[in-house]
Design a protein around this ligand. Structure first.
Ligand code: UFG
Length: 329
């Protein structure tokens, strides 16, 4: 199969490309390298640099390559940034997807797996979160991702396109080979920020609030290894290739860890005391997000292999200690 991976030079995209190639698929990557990294582009993949908002560019990829299915990661994904600059998210995430879907319809490509997010739910109505729960995003990032899901749904109704939306919880960790990993600039995610302390780049980690209604007062999240996420994309594409209907799946381990527990685990993995300081809450953080991934396990046959938080942080540490500046030298 020849799979087009949009955003294949990014964090989750590059790990998915690696799994696809290991599984024997042909991979074509398109990425504008705005947040992706040329160093993360797999040597066995064809690479086109360009933007999904550029219809001529997207058309040219479909014309040059005979694509069987699309995996779509090309989007902006920072909650805080989306609050400050919502229109950037409407432009890249929504308009970009509109252009992509138009081009797919025009070229008869009718299968797409798409990275969605737990942010589509907003403040959860119950824990663990089910796919059938209320979706009421509390920020433009989640809102645009939910709208992207709807855009695919209605494109499917009109043109027969089928999609799988994968709602990730907290993506983390790095490839066990140590060659690819998480590299955001600026970094906002908890685990890479914690690891900046033993790396000598930060004096202490800030805990954003310890007065939440959780067991130790800090926020609870469901941390899921990036390679397990990558595997879910392969299973979702197989599901579509087998002729199944469009669907939405949560991806998480179903286990919640507090911020303090994550810091404590990082201390154990790195052997560094990692000082922590309590700072005010970050606006818009829900107290607790834990997925029910039973649906993905049952329907896709998904079976996460790296559920242990210590192992997740060990893979992240293996990447960050050898790449303290990400892909930059
Ligand atoms: N946190 C800290 N200190 C830090 C950074 C984070 O205490 O320096 C806390 C946050 O308050 C949060 C937890 O650590 O409680 C995890 O924060 P991240 O920024 O790593 O991740 P989020 O849970 O905020 O974000 C994730 C995904 C988003 C998605 C969101 C849904 O990364 O894509 O869940 O709410 F939108």
């Amino acid at each position: 199969m020849k799979i087009l991976v949009l955003g294949g030079a990014g964090y989750i995209g590059s790990h998915t490309v690696s799994e696809l190639i290991d599984a024997g698929d042909e991979v074509v990557i398109a990425d504008n390298l705005e947040t992706g990294h040329i160093e993360a582009v797999h040597s066995q993949a064809a690479f086109y640099q360009g933007d999904i908002r550029d219809r001529a560019f997207v058309d040219s990829v479909f014309e040059k390559e005979k694509i069987d299915g699309v995996i779509h990661f090309a989007a902006n994904s920072l909650v805080g940034e989306s609050m400050k600059n919502p229109l950037k998210y409407y432009d890249n995430n929504l308009y970009g997807t509109k252009v992509l879907l138009e081009s797919m319809v025009a070229h008869g490509v009718d299968k797409i797996v798409f990275s969605s997010t737990a942010a589509t739910y907003g403040e959860p109505e119950s824990i663990p979160i089910l796919e059938s729960d209320r979706t009421e995003p509390t920020n433009p990032y989640g809102e645009t991702k939910l709208s992207m899901e709807k855009m695919m749904k209605w494109t499917g109704v009109a043109h027969g396109l089928r999609y799988v939306a994968l709602r990730y919880f907290n993506a983390c960790g790095a490839h066990v080979n140590g060659h690819i990993g998480e590299a955001h600039n600026p970094e906002t995610h908890l685990i890479p920020l914690i690891l900046q302390v033993p790396n000598g780049q930060r004096k202490a980690i800030s805990i954003y609030g310890d007065d939440y209604d959780t067991k130790d007062g800090t926020c609870v999240r469901d941390y899921i290894h990036v390679t397990d996420l990558a595997q879910a994309h392969i299973l979702a594409m197989k599901y579509l290739m087998e002729g199944n209907e469009s669907n939405v799946f949560n991806l998480g381990n179903g286990i919640g860890f507090t911020v303090k527990e994550v810091i404590e685990t990082a201390r154990k993995v790195t052997g560094h005391p990692i000082p922590a300081e309590i700072t005010p809450r970050r606006g818009g953080d829900p107290a607790k997000l834990i997925a029910s991934s039973d649906k993905a396990k049952k329907i896709l046959g998904w079976n996460p292999q790296h559920a242990d938080l210590e192992e997740i942080i060990r893979t992240a540490w293996n990447w960050h200690k050898n790449h303290p500046n990400g892909y930059a030298q």
